[in-house]
Design a protein around this ligand. Structure first.
Ligand code: CP
Length: 302
């Protein structure tokens, strides 16, 4: 695969193959590169998990990782993303992992036929987050060993969430039953082809997977018209110590992080028996190894 920019590129069989490969890496599979391969992680938006997880995956695959700092790069002098990538390609980088605030930033890059670098989208604005999606799928698959008929509720700011967009589509392709919940103003009618909206309290006891989303404080603080603040959100849509008792015995809790403890989930539930939040982070390394190794095979490094 030359690039991975949107979950549209991955069908159900592909997703299962990537999960299988990621599970092999988790079980200790190692690879040897035929020749040196170079990666660069270009993050124009902040990140803890995705950036370090890609770095770890690259290092575990034996790639050399070059530093890139957006705030000290020539992007600050007006250099375009295309010219930045063309530059690092010319210097010898083989795979670029890019996070950028512009939704669909990759479209312009792919339309230009001259870019010969593997491109992985690590999150674009409110668009897509394919590697997060695949690590979420791996975490669900590890628990249930299938997707067909699993009931998954995605809760929160659906409209602005790239995780919700990628996960809803992939879960639908894999045969899960998708539900959405959260404030009405944060719903996204465009995603309703993948699942239906429902009441949080009513759906909670029926779900196999509770996929929480981060409350994006930056969207609600300072907005006089915002219908929610952290406390009203917790009261209506937070997974609290009281509500957790309604979950099925083997239901799991996912959250892409960073977590607002005490807002979308109560503090002690983050590391509770139901939670797979830190397993998601662990699986992220192996899923990213699977994504990158596909790209390295395509470029004849493996
Ligand atoms: N889940 C996620 O994308 O986290 P970061 O923003 O820390 O990378």
């Amino acid at each position: 695969q030359a690039n991975l920019v949107t979950i549209d590129q991955i069908d159900a069989d592909d997703a299962l193959a990537l999960i299988d490969e990621a599970q092999a890496f988790k079980a200790g599979k190692q690879v040897t590169l035929k020749k040196p391969a170079y990666a660069m992680n270009l993050f124009f938006e902040n990140s803890t998990r995705t950036k370090t997880s890609f770095q770890m995956a690259e290092m575990k695959l034996g790639m050399q990782v070059l530093n890139f700092n957006a705030s000290t790069s020539s992007v600050t002098k007006g250099e375009s993303l295309y010219d930045t990538l063309k530059t690092v390609e010319s210097i010898g980088v083989n795979v670029a992992v890019v996070r950028h605030p512009q939704t669909g930033y990759y479209q312009d890059l792919l339309n230009r036929k001259n870019l010969n670098i593997g491109l992985v989208n690590a999150g674009d604005g409110t668009g897509q987050h394919p590697s997060q999606c695949l690590l979420d799928m791996m975490t669900i698959y590890e628990q249930f060993n299938h997707f067909k008929g699993l009931k998954v509720m995605i809760i929160g700011d659906i409209r602005h969430s790239r995780v919700a967009r990628s996960n809803a589509e992939m879960l639908w392709k894999l045969g899960a039953d998708v539900y959405f919940s959260g404030p009405k103003d944060w719903a996204d009618p465009q995603l309703e082809k993948y699942g239906q909206h429902g009441g949080f309290e009513e759906l909670l006891p029926k779900m196999d997977v509770i996929n929480l989303l981060r409350v994006q404080h930056e969207r609600i603080s300072g907005d006089a018209n915002a219908s929610f603040n952290a406390e009203t959100y917790r009261q209506q849509f937070g997974l609290t110590d009281e509500r957790v008792n309604q979950l099925k015995k083997d239901a799991i809790i996912l959250h892409p992080g960073p977590v607002n403890r005490g807002v979308e989930i109560d503090d002690d539930l983050v590391e509770s028996e139901h939670s797979r939040i830190f397993t998601q982070m662990q699986n992220g390394v192996f899923v990213r190894m699977a994504i990158l190794s596909r790209m390295l095979r395509f470029q004849n490094f493996l």
